[in-house]
Ligand binder design. Sequence first.
Ligand SMILES: NC(=O)c1ccc[n+]([C@@H]2O[C@H](COP(=O)([O-])OP(=O)(O)OC[C@H]3O[C@@H](n4cnc5c(N)ncnc54)[C@H](OP(=O)(O)O)[C@@H]3O)[C@@H](O)[C@H]2O)c1
Length: 306
Amino acid sequence: MATAGSGERTAYIVTGPTSGIGYRTALELAKHGTVVLVGRDQGRLDEVRKTIEGAGRQAAAVVCDLSDVGSARRAAAEIIALGLPLAGLVNNAGIMEMRATKNAQGWDTTFATDYLGPFALTEALMPHLPDGADVVFVCSGVEDPERRPATVAGFRGGRYISAEASARGEWKPGGSSLPGGDAYATSKQCDLAMVLAFARETPRLRFNAVEPGFSPATNLARDANVLLRFLGKYVLSALAPYIKYWSTPARAATVITNAVLNESGETGVYYDERGRPMLGSTQVRDPQFQDRVVAETRVLLATLSA
Ligand SMILES: NC(=O)c1ccc[n+]([C@@H]2O[C@H](COP(=O)([O-])OP(=O)(O)OC[C@H]3O[C@@H](n4cnc5c(N)ncnc54)[C@H](OP(=O)(O)O)[C@@H]3O)[C@@H](O)[C@H]2O)c1
């Protein structure tokens, strides 16, 4: 665990703490320090903050719409201004849109929320994180076109052309027939590429990734029809603990928390739903691909700096 070097309790930032895996992770990390809750709705953030405070623990709320890079940068400044002894960042928030929409910049909303916003938030926070601090990204095995449970579900892996093309909502042909499948898989592949590139670029911090397993009870499939959502919440979630590659938000939160509190000093590790090291796709393991994704993202985001 990274220590803050002061008498204060260490602080951990969690994005998307208002639902599913992020909610359980926030409750878990609150046992180890102050949790900075980063989400898009003040009311929902306050509810989580009150739950944590009701258990005698500490939390602060920062409003941030991760689909908007400007909002991500403002949230980073607000977090830094809190003056807390930051020890870790969990980039958990994510969406899987079944009907593509555009954000304020005209960019694909899934790509912006799942990748560009977290990228901007992380880069803005990094200079303020002490040596040894842990940055954990909640990724997804659907980025790998060879991964059996992902292909069975209809995914065809990340379909990256360039950061600009992804922002336009364009994906390499031959992809998934699942609505939103290519946007989601490509965003998650970029997250993993970023983790692996940042781990090499900035060895004073630790960058690790988690594939949390399939948790059917969360709100990730909120665009799905009522029947599918009912099945996910009340039928499939009961089976989840017994099925390979599946999980629950509570179990995923344990894996993520262990990755954040990791004392081994490991960086650039991708953990599976049981917390064991796993491999990403052949493409994402290629350092040249990782560096290209990061370099193209920096050029794209620089267009918003002026
Ligand atoms: N569930 C799975 O099977 C599964 C599998 C692999 C990976 N994952 C990944 O796990 C992570 C958590 O997903 P989940 O399943 O727990 O889904 P979830 O229940 O829908 O939670 C998603 C969280 O992200 C927040 N969020 C969404 N859009 C946002 C935005 N524009 N700005 C800020 N916050 C935003 C949501 O806030 P609101 O409450 O305001 O909507 C919510 O707190 C995601 O990155 C997902 O891709 C999930």
